[in-house]
Design a protein around this ligand. Sequence first.
Ligand code: SF4
Length: 41
Amino acid sequence: MGINVSEDLKKGSIEDPDCIMCGECTGACKKGVLRFGTRKI
Ligand code: SF4
């Protein structure tokens, strides 16, 4: 989707409207720092 995951993570979360929550980035992260979640708005 062209999302710069590494850069977005410096902000603490990925909240890009282009994210389709496919899970590719969470599966690819060898250190396990990425996970899906919900938050209260
Ligand atoms: S979940 Fe998919 S679309 Fe969203 S940032 Fe990760 S790889 Fe990109």
